[in-house]
Structure formats: structure tokens, C-alpha cells
Design a protein around this ligand. Structure first.
Ligand SMILES: [Zn+2]
Length: 372
């Protein structure tokens, strides 16, 4: 089950009529090569493992691992952090590190944090996609999000109508991205595909879903299922903006299973590798698609690694990877600096030459990722 952070979510009634005034902002002239964007999130994955690989203390703690130590060492351990991270996330460290940028290695002074004070999922995804860490969005059970997100903004622009799709493991995305208002194509949680023209693969994936174990409960689909549904949709429909929201890393973290948490991260890396390989072999996407990978929140350290919350230290520490035709291949960003989760929304729209404006404040894009 997804961590359930309950709070009251009373929102003062506000008049949003003025939203109509900013409902349609024409795209500015395209100055970048990016024509399509893929965003991937892996829920609650720590910067520590991304930049340092497996942590010895947790890897050898029998409370957190049930896999035998020889198998674990073989899969995830090496003498240096450089080797360890390559073992855990080979695509990140062999491909993104050479062709893109990686933000958030705090051990060398490069910081990325969430701005919201809650440090759990709904507030985090709200911050990523609205650019606005709304203090009223304070629960994973929060109703449909009143804040407009960058995906629905893009979906309204010329050339993007019905070209924005979302596949997610956690069923909260209908609320987080307000599917009713936004009109985005969203398949989330253990939902069947309901398109009229399902192909054979899609029908098989639909048939398979009910047989998969609900090991994270009824609200969280396994990433392996989400990923293949997503992949088939991409092949078939060629969305210009695609968001893949994965959750196994957070779910195994809450279960206190460090071996499976690492394994999930390794699988996420392989899924992104697979997606990127498809992108770079498909003329529709090749050399005109930017990939952004990030997470919604951090997690605690030592015995608190399993959780994250406003009062668990380090839960606000996150990271981001970017790669595409416009992003300078700086690799791991080693300069002192600070970026925030709230900047991701405007970064996404800026790659497409659009300025995301809405009926709420929107933080500035991360200029160093944009290339110009
Ligand atoms: Zn969580």
C-alpha cells in the first residue's frame, strides 16, 4: 500500500474566472531541436543510490535483505562508488552521463530539493507538473488537483492536441493530473486499456493484468505491467509528450526490502534504456526527443531509509537526469548549485519553446539543462 499521509484538505473557495484569460498562451517560436518530451519518474528513489550505488550498511543488514549475500554482492557491490553506480544503473552511467546531465550529487555540492514541505508523493508530483508547491495540496488522498499542470497546458497547444499521454503505476494520477478537467490520456493503477482499437499485444496485456499479484495493494500496479502497456501505446500512437510514472522503488522501500528496492531501480534503468533505444531507432523521435528522469521525494537514512515525510530528514533531497538534442553533454554536474523540483514544469515546456503560464505561480526553468 502507498504510504498514507492523511491531512485535512480544506481548500478555501476561490474564484478562478480569471483563469480563462490565461487559458491559451501561443507557443513561442521554436528555437530548440526538441520536438517531443519523455518524462519518467521512479517514486522515492534516493540520490544516494543513484550517485553512489548500493549502500554497504543496508546491503548487509538482514532486516532489509533476504537474498543471499553472494548474489547481492555479485549484482550490486563493487569497491568504488563509480563502479557500484554503473552496476546498479548502467544506462544512467554509461549513456546519460556521457550524453546528458545528472543533477543532485550532494556529496560534491550539487543540490536538488523539493520545495513543498510535505515530502511525499501527491505534493511532489503536483510540484513537478504544476511548478507550484502548493501548501494546500497536503495529502495523498487529495481530491482532483485544482492546479493546472504543464501536460494539459501543452495538450492545448497547436500540434499537441491528443498527443500527450500518461501511463502510471499508482492510480492517484487521475486526481493529480485532474483527468476530468485536463482531458489528458491517462492509464493509471490497475486500469484496463479501454481504447476502441486495441491490437493483439494490448489485448494480451489487458488479459494479463488481473493475474498479476497485488503485492502493493489495489492502488499500485507493478511497474513491469505499466511499462509494457506504455511501450505498446508509444509504438502505436507516437505521442509527442509522454509521461511514465513508476512506483516499485518506493513500494519496496516502504516494505523495508533493500534488495528488491535496488532490483527495482536496476529494472527502471533497463526500462529507460529500452525506451531510449526505441526513441533513437524511430524516425518520428530520433534526435528530436528529450528525456527527463526524476523522482517525487527522497527518503531517510540508516534505519529511516524505508520512509519519507516532512519530519524525516533527507526526504526533500532529490535528483534529475536530462538528455536530448539540446542538452549539453556535461554529464554529472559537479559544480556547486541548487535547483528545485518546482522548476521541472517550466523546463519541460521550455524545451518545446513554450512558456508555461497558469492561474498559479510557476517557477523558472532550469536553464543549464536547456542548452541555450
Ligand atoms: Zn512513499
Amino acid at each position: 500500500m502507498k504510504c498514507r499521509e492523511h491531512r485535512l484538505f480544506a481548500r478555501p473557495k476561490i474564484i478562478v474566472a480569471f483563469a480563462i484569460l490565461v487559458a491559451t498562451i501561443p507557443a513561442t517560436a521554436q528555437v530548440r531541436k526538441t520536438e517531443n518530451i519523455f518524462v519518467v519518474t521512479t517514486d522515492g528513489f534516493r540520490w544516494k543510490e543513484l550517485f553512489n550505488g548500493a549502500e554497504r550498511k543496508l546491503l548487509t543488514d538482514k532486516r532489509y535483505v533476504s537474498t543471499d549475500s553472494a548474489t547481492l554482492d555479485n549484482a550490486f557491490w563493487a569497491a568504488t562508488s563509480d563502479e557500484r553506480r554503473k552496476k546498479l544503473m548502467p544506462f544512467f552511467w554509461n549513456t546519460i552521463a556521457n550524453h546528458g546531465q545528472l543533477y543532485g550529487n550532494r556529496s560534491i555540492g550539487n543540490l536538488m530539493n523539493v520545495k513543498n514541505i510535505y515530502r511525499f508523493s501527491y505534493p511532489g508530483y503536483n510540484e513537478i507538473f504544476t511548478g507550484y508547491p502548493d501548501s494546500l495540496v497536503n495529502s495523498n488522498d487529495y481530491p482532483p488537483n485544482p492546479n493546472e499542470n504543464v501536460l494539459e497546458f501543452i495538450n492545448r497547444q497547436n500540434g499537441f492536441k491528443n498527443k500527450v499521454s500518461v501511463f502510471a503505476s499508482w492510480n492517484a494520477y487521475y486526481r493529480i493530473l485532474n483527468s476530468e478537467r485536463s482531458g489528458l490520456y491517462i492509464n493509471s493503477g490497475w486500469s484496463q486499456l479501454t481504447d476502441n482499437d486495441l491490437n493483439e499485444t494490448q489485448q494480451m496485456l489487458n488479459e494479463q493484468q488481473p493475474y498479476l499479484p497485488r503485492i502493493f495493494g489495489s492502488t499500485e500496479r507493478l511497474d513491469a505491467s505499466t511499462f509494457f502497456l506504455a511501450k505498446e501505446h508509444i509504438k502505436k500512437h507516437h505521442p509527442r509528450v509522454f509521461y511514465l510514472a513508476l512506483i516499485d522503488t518506493d513500494a519496496f522501500g516502504h516494505q523495508g526490502k533493500y534488495d528488491l528496492y535496488l532490483n527495482a531501480a536496476h529494472n527502471v534503468d533497463a526500462m529507460i534504456n529500452d525506451l531510449w533505444s526505441f526513441i533513437q531507432h524511430d524516425p518520428f523521435y530520433k534526435d528530436k526527443t528529450t528525456l527527463i528522469v526524476t523522482t517525487d521525494h527522497g527518503r531517510g537514512e540508516n534505519e529511516k531509509w524505508t520512509g519519507h515525510y516532512s519530519n524525516i530528514e533527507h526526504s526533500d533531497e532529490i535528483w534529475m537526469a536530462v538528455m536530448g538534442p539540446d542538452t549539453k553533454p556535461l554529464g554529472e554536474i559537479k559544480t556547486n548549485g541548487q535547483v528545485y523540483q518546482q522548476q521541472v514544469a517550466a523546463t519541460i515546456s521550455s524545451f518545446l519553446g513554450m512558456q508555461f503560464k497558469s492561474n498559479h505561480p510557476v517557477a523558472k526553468p532550469i536553464e543549464s539543462a536547456l542548452g541555450k
